[in-house]
Structures are given as C-alpha cells and as structure tokens.
Design a protein. Structure first.
Length: 330
C-alpha cells in the first residue's frame, strides 16, 4: 500500500491520540502517588538561621504526613546564590524543592550572571515567613526614638555608623532605605553576620544596626541594645511594645527579610498544589507557630499566586533602592 502524506496523517493521528491516552494515566498516577521517594529541601544558607529553622520544622511535619523523608540540605555560599542556583537547575519533578529568604529578591540587582532569575527560574509554592528587622541602637546613644536618631545623626555625621551584614543583606538594604527615607548621613560598616556586628554595637563602636528580630531580640531583652523601632508596617508579635518606623514618621518605610518555598520552573502544577496544601496545613499547627514565633518569625501562608505577587512587589521595591543608592552589580 502506498502511503501519501494525507493517508499517513490519517493513520498516525489516532495512534498518537491512543499513545497520549495511555501516557496520561501514568503521569497522573505518578503525580498522584507523590512523593514516592525522599524529597530534598535545599537551604541556601548555613544551619541555624531563620530559613533553616523553617525548613526543618515544616520538613518534619511533611515527612510524617506524606510518608517520605523531607531531607534538609544546607548549601550556603556566594550570598545564598550557590544553593539557589542548585535549586534552579534541579530536575523539576518535585523531589528537589527549596526555601529562600530576603536575598532572593535582592541579588538580581547586585550580581551579574547569576545563572537564575527570581521569577522565571522557579515555581512559587507558598509564602512562609516574614522576619521583621529592629532598629537596634547603642544603649547610651542620646536617642530614644527614630526622629531623635535622625536628628543626632545629622548633628554627628562622622559618628552615624550603621552596621550591616555585608553586601546585599537585608540589613544593608534596610539601612539604605533608612538613608533614602530619612535623609540621615548613614555610614555603612559591613560585618560578616550578626554575631560579628553585635559586640561593636554593644560597645558603641557603631551607633545602629537594623538587624533581624530573630538575631537581635535577646540583646534587646537583656538591655545590651535599645530597640527604637521595627521595620515592618505592623508591630512585631515578639516585641509588641516597640513602635514601627512608619509610626514614627518614616512614611512608606517597610523592610524585612521574607520568603518561602520554591520548586524549579516546570515542576508539575499538581505537585506544586499538593505541596502548597500540605505546607499551609503545617504552618497552621500550634506547635509549629509557637516554635517559629519564638524565634521572631511571623508565620504566613497562602497560594502560589500570592507568593508570586509578593516576589514581583519586592523586586520592584529593592530594585528602586539599589538604583537610588547607586549600588553597582558585581
């Protein structure tokens, strides 16, 4: 029999349809049985930090509920870019997911050739957390409010030293935003993290450190530093008596480190939806909320679409700060 193109198409069409019908149940079954083996959670930061705590607490609940281990793998380095790149390039089958923090929406503007894009390289799963920052001042500084701090800095520009946790950190971006909104003559002093910055702040070698509440709250409670304000629009549950910066006249000031779970781009929607449902359920458990809130973490939740919208909003906000601060990407 001679096969013309039309005849061939006529025969192949039904065959292709049958093949697709045979494959579809197999794919659906594979996704329906998810997870069928252990899942890796990449944390692009060292153990002991905020996103590491969330990954371990939530991962433990997912392991119990879904019957497979959710294994936390810390892959710090290169301002969190190393672990994030590994996540972006992982197979999009749901067996490698990750959790990111505030640097995820900042590093795009600070580094060239990242190898990943904060929106295009990932599927948002769920917004998990917000960690407010605290305006922590040297306790003997003659300023007990943000307006008094700004006035003191303008009168003493050579002493207006603000500690940061290094390039691209939430602390640096919060300090740059403070400079923009207040007009204070901020002198940034970089440190390798909070533990390195705290001694100089306590001793008065720096005047201010806008640090995460989880890192600084014990120093506040002990009286080693003075909390002037929190950085978010709402007061923190961990320090409810400390007013926000906006309450004290810094209109529009809103800075925090936030983030959530992501999967590599192309991960099936059914798997993303299942993870979203289960992580949201874990975040609502009283024991989970108690443990995270004790560390100064404001527990969130919601849909993948809501997390995607937050990422877009943060990219616009931090892109503006980086541009106005004149920070050049490396």
């Amino acid at each position: 029999m001679r096969f013309t193109p039309g005849r061939l198409a006529t025969l192949i069409g039904p065959m292709a349809g049958c093949a697709a019908m045979m494959m579809a149940p197999a794919v659906a079954c594979a996704q329906g049985n998810y997870p069928a083996r252990p899942v890796t959670i990449i944390v692009p930061a060292p153990a002991g930090g905020g996103i590491d705590l969330i990954a371990r607490v939530v991962g433990e609940k997912l392991s119990v509920k879904l019957g497979q281990p959710f294994i936390v793998e810390n892959r710090p380095g290169a301002s969190n870019n190393l672990g994030t790149a590994l996540l972006a390039n992982a197979k999009p089958d749901g067996y490698t997911i990750g959790i990111v923090g505030g640097s995820h929406n900042i590093n795009k503007f600070l580094f060239k050739n990242l190898g990943w894009d904060p929106e295009k390289s990932f599927e948002p799963i769920v917004y998990t957390h917000e960690i407010p920052l605290v305006f922590a001042a040297y306790p003997k500084l003659p300023a007990k409010t943000v307006p008094e701090l700004v006035s003191w800095m303008k009168a003493n520009p050579a002493e207006a030293k603000v500690a940061t946790s290094g390039r691209g950190s939430a602390q640096e971006m919060a300090a740059e935003m403070f400079r923009m909104v207040s007009g204070a003559p901020v002198l940034l002093v970089p440190y390798k993290g909070s533990s390195a910055a705290h001694p100089d702040l306590i001793a008065g070698r720096t005047a201010l450190y806008i640090d995460t509440i989880s890192a600084i709250q014990e120093q506040v409670k002990s009286g080693n530093v003075r909390a002037l304000a929190v950085s978010t629009r709402k007061r923190s549950k961990a320090l409810p008596n400390v007013p926000t910066a906006e309450e004290q006249g810094l209109k529009g000031y809103d800075a925090s480190t936030n983030g959530g779970f992501l999967a590599p781009a192309g991960t099936p929607r059914a798997i993303v939806a299942k993870l979203n449902t289960e992580i949201n359920a874990a975040l609502k458990l009283p024991e989970v909320r108690t443990k995270l809130e004790a560390a100064g973490i404001e527990v969130q939740g919601g849909t993948p679409q809501e997390y995607a919208a937050l990422i877009r909003s943060d990219l616009a906000k931090w892109g503006k700060v980086v541009k106005e601060a004149g920070i050049q990407p490396e």
